[in-house]
Design a protein around this ligand. Structure first.
Ligand code: ADP
Ligand code: MG
Length: 478
């Protein structure tokens, strides 16, 4: 489905997807190069966004990975380049070194229609000096990670005065990695008069906030595979009240979702469920109104960075929760209000992901299920607990663990410093590192479970931002 909102935009993608690049205002040389690269027809995101971006308008484009987003911003950048002016005119921000390198290679291929368009990748994990020399020699397009770009700006080795286009690629992932402030600060140092293009695979709340800050009258293109509601698969399981808490564990063992939000109607039920899940060896946390802000942040960070499997909450406690990847919502108690039910289950099945909405109900609660199905206009899928597999494979474990570093914004630690310490210094791969959250006093980094201990050891032995730091594994259940 395509929906182009805010200022209604051009032709819907469905009509032009698969159509040729020839209809775009591109030079003959550029078109010939595209033919040589075997770019014969536009992908849907290219068909939807190129007419907008080539016209010079700001753009927010959301489409899944592998859909051809790079060319969707690279072609407008290349078209608008003033080649004789040997200054940095375009800046592309990417979350990791690997991605920045991929993007700069793709831009170089697309730039082959002309001689001597200089594309420079500036990422952490390599020495500053050679990069500074390359910058002295000049470049038209810079592709880099926010941390390293900030470093160059601070040293005065990168000048953004001639920037005419700024691209945020994989913006959702950059926000996950805690680059919000860096991106903002970099954008502020670009001329106001510029085109800004934002590309993202998913569209969490943070993206809208960022776009509002940095984009000017943007048009939006969202490409979804299917209608959102059809990606939520909803099942109702009948239980005795006595079995309710064990039933939640059974659902988790059967469906094995990476992240589950479990809704209870009361705080007492939240506490009881948490005890049951912990006793059974699940990684679970609960949110309730009595938590201090710092503890609440810690719970949310661990759940959102995928180092905790289950978050147990009441509707009130879950208010404002913005988690983009949620494989399942379990209604431990069914809500008496169908609207609340729909709101709860709407948190799963976002973007391109499928989601499970699993609800437990006792015989007396059957009328609630019926009013929900009436409200939603579909037939409920009734299920029995004994359909669930009884075999007990490996316990459900979150894919990541959270490292806590004692030091945060007050110590001028930025996400890029932590990423650099883990990738460049300690030798881990960018893909092994998940979300990075820097708070005032503390930094939280998600890393793949298998490297957790080693990462703590290497961080504690090494330096972050030139200083020794203390780090430890945060146990999920404190
Ligand atoms: P995304 O950024 O959306 O994940 P990429 O821009 O990396 O996707 O593109 C994915 C792959 O598709 C790349 O190998 C790219 O060269 C190729 N590609 C992109 N657009 C086209 C096209 N119009 N025709 C053929 N191949 C394309
Ligand atoms: Mg991409």
């Amino acid at each position: 489905m395509t929906n182009t909102n805010q200022t209604p935009s051009t032709t819907p993608a469905a009509d032009v997807a698969g159509s040729s690049f020839e209809q775009l205002p591109l030079s003959a040389a550029m078109l010939e190069n595209l033919r040589q690269l075997q770019y014969l027809t536009m992908t849907p995101i290219q068909a939807a966004s190129l007419p907008i971006a080539l016209a010079g308008t700001d753009l927010i484009a959301q489409a899944k990975t592998g859909s051809g987003k790079t060319a969707a911003f690279a072609l407008p950048i290349l078209k608008n380049l003033n080649q004789p002016l040997f200054r940095v005119q375009s800046l592309v921000l990417c979350p990791t070194r690997e991605l920045a390198e991929q993007v700069s290679q793709e831009i170089r291929r697309l730039a082959r229609f002309a001689d001597n368009i200089k594309v420079l990748a500036l990422c952490g994990g390599t020495l500053m000096r050679p990069q500074m020399t390359s910058l002295e020699h000049g470049a038209h397009i810079v592709v880099g990670t926010p941390g390293r770009i900030m470093d160059h700006l601070q040293r005065g080795s990168l000048n953004l005065d001639h920037i005419t286009s700024l691209v945020l690629d994989e913006a959702d992932r950059m926000l996950d990695m805690g680059f919000y402030d860096d991106i903002n600060s970099i954008a502020k140092q670009c001329p106001k008069q510029r085109q800004t293009l934002l590309f993202s695979a998913t569209y969490p709340n943070g993206i809208a906030k960022l776009a509002k800050q940095l984009l000017h009258n943007p048009q939006q293109v969202h490409l979804h595979e299917q209608h959102a509601s059809s990606k939520i698969r909803q099942r109702f399981y009948e239980v005795d009240d006595k079995q309710r808490l064990q039933a939640v564990a059974k659902l988790l063992k059967h469906y094995r979702p990476v992240s589950t939000l479990a809704f209870c109607n009361t705080k007492q039920q939240c506490r009881d469920l948490l005890d049951e899940l912990l006793a059974q060896g699940f990684s679970a946390l609960t949110l309730n109104g009595d938590l201090e802000q710092r503890d609440r942040d810690q719970v949310l960070i661990q759940f959102a960075n995928r180092s905790c499997s289950v978050l147990v909450a009441t509707d009130v406690a879950a208010r404002g929760l913005d988690i983009s990847q949620l494989e399942a919502v379990i209604n431990v108690d069914i809500s008496p209000d169908p609207e609340i039910h729909v709101h709860r289950i709407g948190r799963t099945g976002r973007a391109d992901e499928e989601g499970w909405a699993l609800s437990l109900f006792s015989a007396q609660e059957t009328p609630r299920v019926n009013s929900i199905s009436q409200f939603m206009g579909n037939e409920p899928e009734w299920h029995q607990l004994n359909e669930l597999s009884n075999s007990n494979p490996a316990p459900l474990q979150p894919p990541m663990v959270t490292l806590q570093i004692f030091g945060g914004r007050k110590d001028k630690i930025r996400p890029g410093d932590v990423l650099g310490a883990l990738t460049a210094d300690a030798g881990f791969k960018g893909e092994q590192i998940g979300k990075i959250n820097v708070t005032e006093q503390t930094t939280y980094v998600a890393v793949e479970r298998s490297i957790g201990r080693e990462a703590v050891r290497k961080l504690s032995a090494g330096k972050v931002k030139g200083k020794a730091v203390k780090a430890r594994l945060l146990s999920g259940n404190n």
